[in-house]
Write a new protein. Structure first.
Length: 236
């Protein structure tokens, strides 16, 4: 029997690769930071966010970039909103759903319709504690997000409590201390795929890499590499 090897990741390296993947896959630059942070939070919370991310953005994700169409519906108590996610991935719409849930004083209910991989939205629950509300995610294909007044329970571990003001949630605080463990094969596939976001190596990039020579008077020295015949990429 073979066993899958695992690797423990830091938040910093995971953030770098996830951001590159989202950029390379065509997510709008303005949407990348919030989506990236949610993917990391969901992974830190024990959800298969990186596995879902590997399947890539859908055409609807690239078209809408997390935009939502909302409709208020009558409610006996509090506010109820229906959010049409139009088939977008949960990690792409999660920041918008979170902002929507917090934009109205609690109690509020947001019913998210037509969302792919909805289970990842459970990661919104620990994120709400930093905003002084309790948030609950229920349902499957049609997800219901509810908020109520009151602070979220604090973790028993003193190390996690100290980090909460910085990380914003217990899962992220734990990831700071322990890292995040994922299958190594999955990670290296994501790592190599993320390289698509980097500029291709070229003669120009090679000539301009490194420090720029500056004289004692502050003038930029001549580019001495102009006299060097660089081989093209892949040549010797």
């Amino acid at each position: 029997m073979t066993t899958s090897l695992s690797i423990t990741l830091s938040i910093r390296e995971t953030r770098l690769v996830v951001e590159r993947l989202l950029q390379a896959d065509g997510l709008a630059p303005g949407a990348v930071p919030a989506v990236r942070d949610f993917v990391i939070l969901a992974q830190a919370a024990g959800l298969p966010a990186l596995e879902v991310l590997e399947s890539g953005l859908s055409e609807r994700d690239r078209e809408l970039h997390g935009a939502l169409r909302t409709v208020p519906v009558p409610a006996a108590e509090g506010t109820v909103l229906v959010a049409d996610c139009a088939g977008q991935s949960s990690y792409v719409v999660a920041p918008g759903l979170f902002d929507l849930a917090l934009a109205t004083p609690a109690p509020v209910t947001v019913r998210a319709r037509d969302v792919e991989a909805p289970d990842l939205l459970a990661a919104l629950e620990p994120q709400a504690g930093a905003h002084g509300v309790r948030l609950t995610v229920t349902g499957g294909g049609s997800v219901t997000i509810t908020t109520e007044r009151g602070s979220a329970p604090r973790p028993d571990d003193e190390r996690l409590r100290r980090l909460l003001p910085v990380t914003g949630s217990a899962p992220m605080a734990r990831a700071v201390i322990e890292g995040m463990t994922v299958p190594s094969e999955l990670w290296w596939r994501l790592f190599h795929s993320s390289a698509r976001a980097l500029s291709e190596e070229s003669v120009t990039s090679l000539k301009h890499a490194g420090a720029t020579p500056v004289s004692d008077t502050g003038d930029i020295e001549p580019d001495l590499t102009d006299d060097i015949d660089f081989a093209g990429p892949g040549r010797t």
